[in-house]
Write a protein that binds this ligand. Structure first.
Ligand SMILES: [Cu+2]
Length: 68
């Protein structure tokens, strides 16, 4: 299990939080996604076959690119 926290500057409301959580959770191998409006971060735990590259690609594809 790997846990990563991404800084996502585009988070601006509760809808953003919901979108990120539901879209990233679709990826096979992703266990939990917790996004925060207060910190503009998302903490994601995952196992194979999910990879950091895939997660970052999903975030970018929904217009919430990770800053780290
Ligand atoms: Cu929003």
């Amino acid at each position: 299990m790997t846990t990563v926290t991404y800084s996502i500057p585009n988070i601006s409301c509760g809808h953003c939080v919901h979108t990120i959580q539901s879209e990233v959770a679709e990826l096979a191998g992703v266990q939990t996604v917790v996004a925060s409006l207060d910190t503009k971060q998302a903490t994601i735990t995952f196992d194979a076959p999910a990879t950091e590259e895939q997660i970052k690609a999903v975030l970018a594809s929904i217009n919430y690119p990770a800053a780290n």
